[in-house]
Design a protein around this ligand. Structure first.
Ligand SMILES: Nc1ncnc2c1ncn2[C@@H]1O[C@H](COP(=O)(O)OP(=O)(O)OP(=O)(O)O)[C@@H](O)[C@H]1O
Length: 729
């Protein structure tokens, strides 16, 4: 409170006030001088007085934001509002009490100015005490949240900049539609007046024509406006999704391990959609409501200022209730979003691993998990429903009460001849529309801040920088392919305490086949992952031809390094598409040659549409061995300098394995790394590295390692390779 109290009496506040007062004085004087010249009396009727006050308030409000800083503004703004409206309210109430309408001066009483200052100070102090704006932790947190939401909203709007042409056209159609719509109740009132008074055919026809024109115009421009906004929404959605997907593609593998596919797809699909809606839909409704409200206010004041005043009482009450409801709504919406992401993730993971679930008899357990997730969502939805109903009830109560008061006052005005029955009917239409519009205005603001919650998640993904060292674009024409691990230590981010590799030093030479062997969990696949730059080592470095891997250009590097894994991933599409994946302008001859080398050509030719046969979702229509053959062909077609086979032949039959062995035997200048449990492959490797517990334990040729009868390789060979073929191969 102390800094606030200080701001109330500070010199800055006083200077700003004096400055604004002077500006207002100039305005009063100008209007007064114009009036004196026009009618010689210098007075206005009540409606013009209100119009003038609204305009002067808007001007002073704008000025106050320009001349004062953030600390002074919260105090200055209520003062500006009071200074502008208090004299008009005073004149209006006095007129209501006395029942006579007289001329009103645009220049307020000096006492009124003092009263405005005193009242605004008092209101400010009371409000600050009752609802601390920035003083309390909760208050400042809410303020910060709102500011953040507004900043995000502005960012969403900035993304709509390329659609400014569409949005501009939409705004023109919107204004025209709102204008025509505003005229409809007025024209209905005129029709009723012509029917109830003395009938004049021409006037009646004119009124009917006006009504028809307004309805037609409103429908036509509404349609055009809707179409334009939908088009902008579609374009914005497409842009955001594309950018998001582009950024997702750049992320390191760790990111995809930390974020489940379900929640990422939810961000990509529903959150981008919600975010887009916050702009196109809400801005559409917001602008339409704003334009309509201004137009209707003008007509309503023209029909009866007393009834307009009654209508205006409803607004702050509804706004207050809506504000409270918006906070609750935002909270529950966030919870529902989380529940949806959880449900989607659960369903995706279970459906994606149905075979495992079935073989482990996990159906009942998964059903229970899914039901629990659904129940959580149901609870939040029920809570949301109850809040919404209570909110609706209170709103109805206020609306009905004020409508009754308005009709009683309308009846009084008709009996004193101040209002025609047609005008009352028109007013009732306006009032109904006005309340709906105002509700929409308040609701839309809340909903915009609310949908911004989705924007937060989308922007978080959009702004995320991949946690990989920036590549330096190295792409030498000639690559030897010498790979070296120098004291590499690495742990996965999900298990930072478990060292998958510890101070590993090894070398893979060009023209040689190196085999990595060792017990399960020894670190063989982790080596391969580092070689592929899926992860970065915490310590040490992996070099290719003496340069750290990260220095190489991404495209270049993956063109030179090809890998076939134990469970290769095929994409839904033809066999040919899968073999030439990522290559451009690849001839069928090259595809066939690669397939022949991988011993895949024969079985492909037996397929119904040969190379054009669809392999199904993830290659489901092929056997595991056939998938490995196609993956091998995909690697060989690239003619890579470095070929990695991670138990790549484990599902292949003996003849295929033999064919692969032939490929390996014919290696001349390529660097080949194999992880295999098959004796022949390992035996024939030029160099064998034995890994255990993330460390290199032994290395050498088969003969060298077998010479040590107490060695780990010897024992492993005895244990695993005593029968041929090995069960895993
Ligand atoms: N994605 C992962 N997240 C966390 N830890 C992992 C991950 N992958 C492997 N590990 C751990 O890293 C260590 C080395 O595993 P790695 O897969 O490299 O062994 P491997 O020798 O290839 O085993 P296998 O022969 O069974 O394939 C193990 O302790 C393993 O539990």
């Amino acid at each position: 409170m102390i800094p606030k109290a200080h701001s109330i009496i500070s010199m800055t506040t006083l200077t700003a006030r004096v400055y604004l007062l002077c500006c207002d004085l100039v305005l009063w004087a100008c209007v007064w001088a114009v009036l004196l010249r026009l009618d010689g009396e210098g007075s206005l009727d009540l409606r013009c007085l209100w119009d003038f006050r609204v305009i002067s308030w808007a001007g002073l409000y704008l000025l106050s934001t320009l001349v004062a800083d953030n600390t002074v503004q919260p105090f200055l703004k209520p003062w500006v509002a009071l200074l502008s409206f208090l004299p008009a309210v005073f004149d209006t109430v006095q007129t209501m009490l006395q029942g006579t309408v007289r001329g009103f001066s645009p220049v307020p009483d000096p006492g009124m100015v003092v009263l405005s200052s005193a009242t605004s100070t008092l209101i400010y102090v009371v409000m600050e005490t009752a609802f601390p704006h920035g003083g309390s932790v909760k208050g400042s947190r809410k303020k910060k949240r709102d500011e953040k939401a507004k900043a995000l909203l502005m960012r969403v709007i900035r993304y709509s900049r390329p659609d400014s042409l569409h949005l501009g056209a939409a705004f023109i159609f919107l204004s025209l539609a709102a204008l025509f719509e505003t005229f409809i109740p007025y024209s209905i009132g005129k029709v009723v007046d012509h029917l109830s008074g003395k009938y004049q055919h021409n006037n009646f026809l004119w009124a009917i024509g006006l009504m028809a024109l307004c309805s037609l115009g409103s429908s036509m421009f509404s349609g055009l406006r809707g179409g334009m906004f939908m088009c902008s929404l579609g374009r914005l959605n497409k842009r955001i999704r594309h950018m998001l997907f582009q950024n997702l593609m750049k992320q390191e593998i760790n990111f995809f391990e930390e974020n489940k596919p379900g929640s990422l797809t939810s961000r990509l699909i529903s959150d981008t959609d919600r975010m887009g809606r916050s702009v196109a839909m809400n801005v559409n409704v917001l602008l339409r409501s704003l334009v309509k409200t201004c137009g209707m206010l003008y007509f309503m004041l023209g029909l009866s200022w007393q009834l307009t005043l009654l209508t205006c009482i409803e607004m702050p009450l509804l706004a207050f209730i809506q504000n409270a409801y918006n906070n609750l709504y935002q909270k529950t919406s966030r919870e529902i979003q989380d529940c949806n992401a959880e449900i989607a993730e659960l369903a995706t993971s279970v459906i994606g691993s149905m075979k495992t679930v079935r073989s482990c008899k996990g159906e009942a357990q998964e059903q229970r998990r899914y039901e629990r997730a659904l129940n959580r969502k149901l609870q939040v939805l029920t809570r949301k429903g109850i809040c919404s109903n209570v909110h609706l009830l209170i709103r109805r109560f206020i609306t009905v009460g004020l409508k009754v008061a308005m009709l009683i006052q309308g009846r009084n005005l008709i009996s004193t001849g101040q209002l025609s029955s047609g005008s009352l009917l028109a007013f009732v239409f306006y009032q109904k529309d006005m309340v709906t519009n105002m509700k929409q205005l308040v609701y839309i603001y809340g909903d915009m801040l609310n949908t911004v919650g989705s924007a937060v998640k989308v922007f978080q993904l959009l702004d995320r920088k991949p946690r990989m060292r920036e590549e330096k674009g190295l792409a030498p024409e000639k690559l030897k392919g010498k790979l070296t691990f120098e004291k590499v230590t690495f742990s996965y981010s999900s298990r930072p305490d478990n060292k998958a590799l510890e101070s590993v030093t090894l070398e893979l030479s060009p023209g040689k086949v190196t085999a990595l062997v060792g017990p399960s969990g020894g670190g063989k696949t982790s080596c391969v992952c580092l070689l592929q730059r899926f992860y970065e080592p915490q310590d040490g470095e992996v070099f290719l031809d003496g340069e750290p891997l990260y220095r190489y250009q991404h495209q270049y590097f993956h063109q030179k390094v090809a890998m076939v894994s134990q469970d290769p991933v095929l994409f839904s599409g033809s066999v040919r598409y899968n073999i030439e994946y990522g290559l451009q302008d690849c001839t069928i001859e090259r595809v066939e040659e690669a397939a022949r080398k991988a011993n895949a050509h024969d079985f492909i030719c037996k397929l119904e549409q040969k190379y054009d046969t669809d392999v199904g979702e993830c290659g489901d229509q092929l056997s595991a061995g056939q998938k490995q053959c196609i993956a091998l062909a995909r690697a060989l077609i690239r003619n890579p300098q470095i070929l990695i086979l991670d138990e790549a032949t484990s599902h292949m039959d003996c003849s295929t394995q033999q064919a692969i062995q032939d490929v390996l035997n014919n290696i001349t200048d390529q660097t080949v790394l194999v992880i295999a449990h098959r004796l022949e492959t390992v035996e024939k490797a030029h160099h064998i590295i034995f890994m255990e517990d993330g460390r290199v334990m032994e290395e050498g040729t088969h003969q060298q390692l077998m010479a040590n009868e107490k060695g780990r390789y010897y024992r492993l060979k005895e244990k695993l390779f005593h029968t041929e073929p090995h069960p895993r191969d």
